[in-house]
Design a binder for this molecule. Sequence first.
Ligand SMILES: *Cc1c(COP(=O)(O)O)cnc(C)c1O
Length: 446
Amino acid sequence: MTKLVYEKPVISKITAGIPSKFGLPTRQKFIPDIDGIPVEKIMEEYGSPVFVLSEKTMRNTFAQAKQAFETRYPKVQFAWSYKTNYLNAVCSIFHDQGAWAEVVSAFEFQKALSLGVNGSNILFNGPEKSEEDLKLAIEHNACIHIDHFDELYLLIKVTRELDKKARVAIRINLDAGIYPIWDRFGFNYENGEAWNAINRIMLAEKLDLIGLHTHIGTYIMSANAYAAAASKLANLYMATHRKFDYWLKYIDLGGGFASKNTLKGAYMPGTETCPSFDEYAEAISNALISSEIPHENLPVLFLETGRALIDDAGYLLTTVLANKRSTTGRRTMVIDAGVNLLFTSFWYNLGVYPTRQLSSHLEESTIYGPLCMNIDVIRDAINFPQVKTGEKLVIERVGAYNMTQWMQFITFRPNVVMIDLEGKMHIVRKKENLDTLTSLEQNPKR
Ligand SMILES: *Cc1c(COP(=O)(O)O)cnc(C)c1O
């Protein structure tokens, strides 16, 4: 017989049946499997910690987003935001579903090319594009989203030298009611900078202006902000037509749709407060369709949605290493996954769950990662049942940004496993080892 877990007696107010601000008390949620595969089995095969991606969730989420927009607007094109998760297996699934590539560096540009994306289906964003990067983009006929005047002048120089035309759009920052305004990227709408940039580009012989782009921020919880942004871009689209008798091809509203994660300090869980794809699509399509733009000249609507498409599909499986009491008597746990793997734990109260029904006596606890560093806190306050060391836990909604912003620090980065539509598991990125980490090092001979 296995030894029972010792549980410290806790005194708690009886609230049975009384609704709190979150409704009636619910049972502790647990996650026994991912797409039908028991968590234990995945960890037996691929170790702990391990990232798991669900192809099914990715495809379903993408299909929902696509349907929300395509049923409301005639011409829609998604472009997968590489920096959100640029694992080849992930990008390939979105490309397979018709998404173009949205990249913000030469590295990401090359990655898209290596995955077979046609250069003309790559949107090249970001403030850092060297002369060499611009040449690469022109060579491949990509859409270059110009960020600032210095880039514009450099591009004019490069196109003249190459004697080749470049397809360009401008990034525009604007007041959509979201503060602080991300005015460090692109040309400002309100002060006339964006209009000035459009005029300069229309005058440049070797630049084909084809689109207007904005990315108002990330985790935007108001669909109306997109309506405001779309209206302003529609104004510029019409102004361009009036002055130059020319129709631009597209309006790109960037990314930023909120995923269902809960921001730190939020009163209600993200699952309750984040707009659905339908709500975003409704606001955006209303703004464009009822703008001044004649319906036969409506632009293609580009969307560079990142986190909202992948966050739910990612899980991190982890093991409890230790239980401790702090000097104040607070319950704490150490798990084998830290902030080196979970960059988003700095912004979100990530959901951490057991794999099975444990005690229903929950106690406010702190969950630490394994790093020898004080900031390695995965949850500073979470109601959690008593667990033994070795207990497996599931951290959900970690598909966005963690697998790109993770850092190599103290430990190896773990396996990333994808569960395909048939329920088969595949390693899509192998666990690092000493060789992967030292292969670039050189020790000076003395
Ligand atoms: C990061 C980024 C995106 C994706 O943003 P999400 O918030 O993940 O949807 C899209 N476009 C640009 C230009 C970006 O920098």
